[in-house]
Design a protein around this ligand. Structure first.
Ligand code: PEP
Ligand code: MG
Length: 325
């Protein structure tokens, strides 16, 4: 198995008909990079920057954040390194922000909502990422977006961050792509409008499934209901990819679904450009993609989308994978 994974690392994730998907890694800290590179990750599709913010008394400063992003960007080489701005709050509390106890933390003060209300914190983070851009191919990604207004406000902060760096005489990358996570039903439904305001999408299925199905992603009592094969989720994803492509931006995925080999044929058929996943999932997903016949997945997709139950769609995918491996 180890040897197989090693050989797989050097190969591209391309279907038999020549469809190429970028397989990137989800990481939580720079120390995850070694495992990602060993599995052949083509860059980082999700750097969960909040690891720097959690479990401490004060927020990290610009230098500390710069060092972390720089380390990751440099190891990505020519590939993209997508740094997601802080996605804390909700189930990941920050003592120094004194977040009031919330009845529904997943519907509360988290992620971009905190960043836009704490511009000093946000601009410090943006400055660190812009500076890291000098050492690699860095992109910025905003979590939990529900409206165009949030992107507009984030862009204003980005301009302030750049202006401060100029004043301070610190080198930074002037043209850093700005993408957003599509992980709320609001973002999925308004994807066309959002696509006009950013450079790429990455679909966060962990939250998109949770919010679309109204099923807490961490509650075992409802976990049988939690499935990325639910028809509502699949239709949203299909629509997000189409909306992004119509507006000329690339569309990736960084939720757990991206690392599910059973989902890979559908995601390839929908036209996802990039899948970002935990390092161990990369060879498994790649092995599936490399066996896909384009004609077969193009027939499979409408069939899957016509089914009414998550369980039936999952069973269809299991049969498909068994027949193709
Ligand atoms: C997601 O919601 O799918 C995602 C990738 O973000 P996180 O799991 O960090 O909420
Ligand atoms: Mg999320």
């Amino acid at each position: 198995r180890k040897r197989q994974d090693g050989e797989m690392a050097a190969l591209a994730a391309v279907t038999l008909g020549g469809r190429k998907l970028q397989l990137a890694a989800n990481i939580g800290s720079p120390t995850d990079m070694a495992a990602a590179l060993m599995q052949g990750a083509e860059g980082v599709g999700l750097f969960r920057s909040e690891f720097l913010f959690l479990g401490r008394d004060n927020p990290p400063g610009e230098e500390e954040q710069f060092a972390a992003s720089k380390a990751v960007a440099a190891q990505c080489g020519k590939h993209l390194c997508i740094v997601r701005t802080m996605d804390a709050g909700g189930d990941k509390p920050l003592q120094y922000l004194h977040i009031a106890k919330e009845e529904n933390p997943f519907l509360g003060w988290r992620a971009i909502r905190i960043s836009l209300e704490q511009p000093d914190l946000f601009i410090t983070q943006l400055k660190a990422i812009l500076r890291a851009g000098v050492f690699g191919n860095v992109a910025i990604m905003l979590p939990m977006i529900i409206s165009v207004a949030e992107i507009t406000a984030a862009k204003a902060c980005l301009e302030q961050a750049a202006a401060q760096l100029i004043d301070e005489g610190k080198p930074f990358a002037a043209k850093v792509p700005l993408g957003i996570m599509i992980e709320t039903p609001a973002a999925a439904v308004t994807a066309r409008e959002l696509a006009a305001e950013c450079d790429f999408f990455s679909i966060g299925t962990n939250d998109l499934v949770q919010y679309t199905l109204a099923v807490d992603r961490g509650n075992p009592a409802v976990s049988p209901l939690y499935s990325h094969f639910h028809p509502a989720v699949l239709r949203l994803i299909d629509g997000i990819v189409k909306a992004g492509h119509e507006r000329g931006i690339w569309v990736g995925m960084c939720g757990e679904m991206a690392g599910d080999p059973l989902a890979a044929p559908l995601l390839a058929a929908m036209g996802l450009d990039e899948l970002s996943m935990s390092a161990p999932a990369i060879p498994r997903v790649k092995a599936v993609i490399r066996k896909l016949h384009d004609r077969e997945i193009e027939e499979l997709l409408p069939k899957a989308l016509s089914l009414q139950n998550a369980g039936d769609i999952r069973a269809l995918m299991e049969r498909f994978i068994t027949a193709n491996s």
